[in-house]
Design a protein around this ligand. Structure first.
Ligand SMILES: Cc1ncc(COP(=O)(O)O)c(C=O)c1O
Length: 363
């Protein structure tokens, strides 16, 4: 869709990245780190001061303890952390449970390991989890459950109740939970992010993945991290060592300083809530309908009042005829299930959102 949008010079609300810059202070910190000569390999698990800063942040936000020496690893973005976690643990014939719609990098990594993805389909518009269905999918072969909250593409967040249910499902098993929490700092309407690390049994089974690119508006820098109990982290690092070894050094130095001011990440929900509210208000009178996003910078809308075309064709027509790009939700489902839903990314300047809303209102 991004390519088609480019060809047709369409406004691009498809891919998930901001059209505004990272904080100049952070950019200066990276420049400074380079000028000070931090331009060679960083230690394999990441620089210690950044891991220490992250341990403090996780403790403050979620009251969970991770040892920075042995339980946190800096990664080349969340995608690498996810791939590393899956390849470290998943073997041929293992079953891995995931929820669809799902972010696109989970399934291929599972398949590459020769494992069997066990897909649980969620239904629009609420995409709620049916916990008895999850329980029924767990077998002696279940190696891992992949979760994502706040959720891309659905814009839903898991409640405390969901996390407790998950904890009950994995209690007394050896199942590993891979928890993709890259949008942890983008949660709306005074709700709180429920991290796996807030629940002690769950924490002991989980690898938690986060991304600085999502939090600090620099998806092109590709720096993230993984936190998990030592026994899991030891295995994670065995793979990390030989497929990445070392992650961008000056950016790690810069992030260590930048994270010391908690406002730098605590203010992000507010920034995106304003954008979500602006976008929703601007499309209020259109024929698109949708439940306000609870987290992430994505808004799902239903277009069934406008067209009965399948979502891929509808998106293509939106680009070609109306010069606006979105993502059809069916691409996040394994069997292409189409529920007449589109995803718009609202990590955009107000003027971009205004232009998009003007087009949307004519449909
Ligand atoms: C749910 C989810 N996980 C992981 C990623 C990848 O993050 P990174 O760019 O840090 O690899 C994304 C990016 O869109 C995402 O939406």
């Amino acid at each position: 869709m991004g390519q088609l949008a480019h060809q047709h010079n369409a406004l691009n609300l498809s891919q998930g990245f901001p059209d505004f810059e990272s904080d100049p202070e952070l950019i200066n910190l990276v420049t400074e780190a380079m000028k000070k000569g931090h331009n060679q390999y960083a230690p394999m698990p990441g620089i210690y001061s950044l891991r220490e800063q992250l341990a403090l942040k996780i403790k403050k936000l979620y009251n969970a303890n991770y040892n920075p020496a042995t339980e946190i690893t800096i990664t080349a973005g969340a995608t690498q952390a996810i791939f590393t976690a899956i390849t470290a643990f998943v073997r041929p014939g293992d079953e891995v449970i995931l929820f669809n719609p799902a972010y696109d990098c989970y399934q291929p990594a599972i398949e590459l390991c020769g494992a069997i993805p066990v897909n649980i389909q969620l239904s629009a518009p609420k995409y709620a989890i049916n916990w008895s269905e999850v329980q029924s999918k767990i077998t002696p072969k279940t190696k891992m459950i992949v979760i994502n909250t706040p959720h891309n593409p659905c814009g839903t967040i898991w409640s405390k109740h969901d996390l407790i249910n998950l904890e009950n499902c994995i209690r007394d098993t050896n199942i590993i939970v891979l928890s993709d929490e890259v949008y942890e700092h983008i949660v709306f309407d005074d709700q709180v992010h429920e991290s796996v690390c807030k629940f002690s049994t769950l924490k002991s089974h989980s690898l938690l993945v986060a991304s600085f690119g999502k939090t600090f508006h620099n998806t092109g820098w590709k720096v993230g991290y993984c936190a998990g109990p030592q026994s899991l982290m030891e295995e994670f690092r065995k793979v990390h060592q030989f497929n990445v070894f070392s992650v961008n050094h000056p950016i790690q130095i810069a992030l260590t300083s930048y994270l010391k001011n908690e406002e730098n990440y605590l203010s992000i929900s507010n920034l995106y809530q304003q954008k979500r509210d602006y976008f929703l208000e601007a499309i209020e009178n259109s024929r698109f309908t949708g439940i306000p996003s609870q987290g992430t910078y994505f808004q799902i809308v239903d277009y069934s009042a406008i067209s009965q075309e399948n979502d891929v064709d509808f998106c293509k027509r939106l680009i070609i005829e109306h010069k606006l790009a979105a993502i059809p939700l069916s691409v996040f489902n394994v069997d292409g299930l189409d529920q007449y839903q589109l995803r718009f990314c609202f990590a955009k300047k107000e003027e971009t959102l205004y232009k998009a809303a003007t087009i949307i209102s004519t449909l």
